[in-house]
Design a protein around this ligand. Structure first.
Ligand SMILES: [Zn+2]
Length: 696
């Protein structure tokens, strides 16, 4: 007879809740009725209460909890202590003295719950204990670890079938946050559960806002932009490798974030300390490999970022599930690129077991499809766990964005493929981008690839955009990697190159491109650039080629700024190779010389401004602390650029000439007597020379 009143009172007294959350009551009912149970309750659903409460309900009996991670066990034991629930653990961390103390408490029924690791559960001493002690039920926590189909398979878990075989009278309650139908069946079969009650909670967590974006480079710019909204909030950032987790943590520290890295490479002491400071809110951000998170029951994690594509949807779902356990809105950002898939595929290829390798590859592919999808992300996740839900409408990027209008990137794809083709398909992506952007990379110059017609034709497309375009080329299998990681053009790529196929992509690709061309737009005010553009248009028309084939905007922009006058200087501009030097230098250098003559440097402009205000040459020299011969030199430049009114020019020069001392004539014919006179004479000589040139 189940005493409902007792259960309600334990809930209020020991846990401080008034109501059960979904499936908690159903799970508890099954346990107190001594039935076998499998509860699949997504992270944050309150699954530990499902077995902790009945453990207290069964007085004078002990509940065993088999749990896969020591960190998780420690955490639970401490939490229970705070709710004045008596619990102990048997793990490898204890010394023999501590172990005998735990045994003493067990045999005296001083505790309600005993946590053990699967390794310890498989020891004969544990079987002995099951024989001698009155056990209420056995909990298998994180039960998906039983299944080979799960993402965290633990061989020691697989051996737990002995429990039912040897102790059929002890009920088993298995719990997991994630299990597909297949995994659920595998759990039931391998634990030999008898007519189990199977309960499954909803996988839809509306308070998690799901965002997925293509990663550009190492993704740190995007990460930083994302974190701006979370200055003082707790969050977890997942990386693929330990090295990355250390580097990202260091990077965030340099940006004044309270971030620490966490991975299996740290000592257990260090890991404990990091975890503790996160729980206590001292450390706000943990940058971790997947080793972090299991058993961390921190309710105010406001964001989870993945810097890389996770290995499986189960793993991803579990990791994002660490955000927003308090039910408040929390954001999940996944950054990924096609290169993640390739990098991981290479790792998986080294797995010898065919079945396991294929399974891992399938899981990764499902993950990639999720990332790449344009339908409701919550719906995809729920469907993965065989749950059907409506579109979330407001909790994922795809729902919020609505229909995405793809943009045509065929032209860019052709540029890339053409550069690959012209370099015999023997280089990697970065090298090809260097060619297209007109880089002065030494290897490229040594290979004389600056002579290619495609050299520098896309200097206005940012490296970041190229990355996304290349990603798309991989995704659509227009290119592939060869044996030495060089890029090869596929059949589809050939068709694309010939214009028989079209390539489209997310406008995200062009966001970067547009940013650059916006900059170019602001350059329309720049007269120099405008002049060069005019010349480029003229040449392009004459040669019947698109303007960018002559020079890219970025190249013109650099020219407009640096105003090269010699062939050597011209060659130094990014996007100018020897072929283009030969072809275009004459016309462009001519134009540049013209521009240069009409452009006043800031210091010369200042002189002109002062002249126009009515200052005399000597006044300007005094005011600006320069020699009057320098001012005259400025006037010479201004005059050549035809930027000064003739009248004004004549007036200031006349004024200046009349200020020349009479002694000047004497110095001119008989020489100077004193050093100071010489200095003065020299100045006037220079000045008069300038005046002569101005008048020419
Ligand atoms: Zn949605």
């Amino acid at each position: 007879m189940v005493k409902e009143k007792d259960i309600k009172s334990i809930l209020e007294k020991n846990f401080g809740f008034n109501d059960f959350r979904p499936l908690q009551k159903e799970s508890i009912d099954a346990i107190v009725l001594a039935k076998d149970l499998l509860t699949i309750l997504p992270t944050g659903g309150g699954k530990s209460l499902c077995y902790q409460l009945p453990a207290i309900y069964f007085k004078d009996k002990i509940t065993i909890v088999i749990s896969p991670l020591i960190a998780l066990i420690n955490d639970q034991v401490i939490n229970l202590g705070q709710n004045s629930i008596k619990a102990e653990k048997l793990t490898s961390e204890l010394n023999s003295q501590e172990i005998s103390e735990v045994y003493r408490k067990i045999y005296n029924y001083e505790i309600s719950l005993l946590y053990v690791s699967p390794e310890r559960a498989n020891m004969s001493s544990f079987r002995q204990l099951l024989k001698e002690v009155n056990i209420s039920f056995i909990v298998i926590d994180e039960a998906h670890c039983v299944s080979e189909w799960g993402h965290e398979f633990r061989p020691d878990y697989r051996k737990l079938h002995f429990l039912k075989e040897e102790f059929p009278h002890i009920p088993i309650a298995a719990f997991t946050a994630t299990a597909t139908k297949k995994v659920a069946q595998d759990i039931v079969d391998s634990l030999k559960l008898k007519n189990p009650t199977i309960l499954k909670g909803s996988f839809f967590r509306k308070n998690l806002i799901l965002n997925v974006q293509k990663r550009v480079g190492n993704g740190r710019d995007k990460l930083l932009r994302f974190l701006k909204d979370y200055q003082n909030e707790s969050g977890i950032i997942y990386t693929f490798t330990r090295k990355e987790s250390d580097e990202v943590a260091k990077y965030l520290q340099s940006k004044k974030f309270k971030a620490l890295s966490y991975h299996a490479g740290l000592s257990s002491q260090k890991r404990k300390a990091v975890q503790q400071s996160f729980i206590e809110d001292e450390t706000k951000i943990i940058v971790a490999t997947i080793a972090f998170g299991m058993g961390i029951d921190k309710s105010n994690v406001r964001f989870v970022v993945h810097m890389d594509l996770p290995k499986s949807i189960e793993g991803y779902y579990q990791e994002i599930g660490r955000a927003g356990r308090d039910g408040l809105k929390s954001e999940c950002l996944l950054l990924y690129s096609m290169s993640d898939v390739m990098r991981k595929s290479e790792l998986l290829n080294s797995i010898e077991d065919d079945r396991y390798r294929n399974m891992a590859k399938n899981k990764m592919e499902e993950m990639y499809n999720y990332a790449n999808s344009s339908t409701c992300r919550h719906k995809i996740l729920a469907a993965y766990f065989q749950e059907e839900i409506q579109e979330c409408e407001t909790s994922c990027d795809n729902c919020k964005r609505g229909e995405v209008q793809e943009v045509d990137i065929t032209k860019e794809a052709q540029m890339f493929l053409s550069a690959m083709y012209r370099t015999n398909q023997s280089f990697g992506a970065n090298y090809i981008v260097d060619i297209l952007r007109g880089s002065k990379n030494k290897k490229l110059l040594d290979n004389r690839h600056d002579k290619l017609s495609v050299y520098g034709i896309a200097g206005d497309i940012s490296k970041a955009s190229w990355e996304l375009i290349i990603d798309k080329l991989f995704e659509k299998r227009a290119i592939k990697r060869g044996e030495y990681r060089e890029l090869l053009i596929t059949d589809f790529g050939q068709k694309l190159l010939k214009g028989l196929e079209v390539l489209k992509g997310n406008p995200e690709i062009f966001e970067n491109i547009q940013k650059v061309s916006l900059e170019a737009d602001s350059l329309t005010k720049d007269e120099n650039f405008e002049n060069l553009r005019e010349l480029r248009a003229k040449i392009a028309k004459k040669e019947s080629v698109p303007a960018y084939i002559v020079f890219s905007d970025a190249t013109l922009k650099e020219m407009a700024k640096k105003l090269p006058t010699t062939k050597e200087e011209f060659l130094n501009i990014n996007g100018v190779g020897e072929a283009k030097l030969e072809k275009y230098s004459e016309e462009f250098l001519g134009k540049l010389a013209e521009i240069k003559n009409t452009t006043l440097s800031p210091t010369v402009q200042k002189t002109l401004d002062l002249l126009e205000e009515g200052s005399s040459i000597e006044e300007i020299a005094k005011l600006r602390e320069i020699k009057s011969s320098t001012v005259l030199n400025h006037i010479k430049i201004i005059s050549k650029a035809k930027k000064i009114a003739k009248q004004l020019q004549d007036k200031v020069i006349q004024e200046y000439l009349s200020s020349i001392p009479d002694d000047f004539q004497k110095w001119y014919s008989v020489g100077v007597e004193k050093v100071e006179d010489f200095e003065c004479f020299k100045t006037y000589i220079y000045s008069l020379n300038s005046i002569k040139e101005i008048k020419e």
